[in-house]
Design a protein around this ligand. Structure first.
Ligand code: ZN
Length: 159
C-alpha cells in the first residue's frame, strides 16, 4: 500500500526522471530514504554517455554499500520512477536494501515501448521478486503512470 509519504517521494523520482530526459538520458529517477525518513541519496539515469549500466537504482545500491551499515540498509526504502531492471534488482538484493516502491512497473514500460516501436532490450524484463524473492515491493502508483509514459514518449520521439 502506498501512503502520502510514498507518493511524495515518488513524485520526486518523476522530477528526477524529467531532469534525466532534459539531459538526454532515459527517464528514470530514484532516491533512498533511511529509517528516520531522511532522503540520503538521489540520482537519475546517466546512460547518454554510452555506459548502459548507469541506472540510478544501481548507483543507490553501491552508495548504500559504501555509506550505510547492513542494518541501516535493511531499514531503508528505495523509491524509483520505474521498477528495477534485473541488474538493479540483483544489486539491491546483494547489498541487502529494504523495501522498494516504484511508480510504474516494468510491464507497463514494456507495453509503452512496444507501442512506440522500440526494439526489445538486450536484458530480460523480470519482476523484482523474480530476481530477489524476499524483496518487499509496492507499486505501481496509478496516478503517476500518464506522466511517466509521457516522459518515455518524449525521450523516444522528442514529442
Ligand atoms: Zn536498472
Amino acid at each position: 500500500m502506498l501512503d502520502g509519504t510514498d507518493l511524495r517521494h515518488l513524485r520526486r523520482c518523476v522530477e528526477l526522471a524529467r531532469t534525466a530526459v532534459d539531459a538526454g538520458d532515459e527517464p528514470f529517477g530514484s532516491l533512498l530514504v533511511d529509517a528516520s525518513g531522511a532522503v540520503r541519496f538521489e540520482d537519475h539515469n546517466h546512460v547518454a554517455g554510452g555506459d548502459s549500466t548507469r541506472h540510478p537504482e544501481f548507483a543507490i545500491a553501491r552508495w548504500s554499500a559504501a555509506h550505510l551499515s547492513p542494518g541501516e540498509r535493511a531499514a531503508a526504502t528505495v523509491y524509483t520512477s520505474g521498477e528495477h531492471c534485473p541488474m538493479c534488482a540483483a544489486a539491491h538484493g546483494w547489498v541487502g536494501l529494504g523495501r522498494i516502491v516504484y511508480a510504474s512497473s516494468s510491464e507497463q514500460l514494456g507495453t509503452w515501448l512496444a507501442a512506440l516501436g522500440v526494439p526489445a532490450p538486450p536484458v530480460s524484463t523480470l519482476p523484482i521478486t523474480a530476481v530477489v524473492p524476499g524483496a518487499r515491493v509496492d507499486g505501481p502508483a496509478p496516478g503517476l503512470a500518464d506522466e511517466i509514459h509521457a516522459l518515455h514518449r518524449r525521450f523516444r520521439t522528442g514529442d
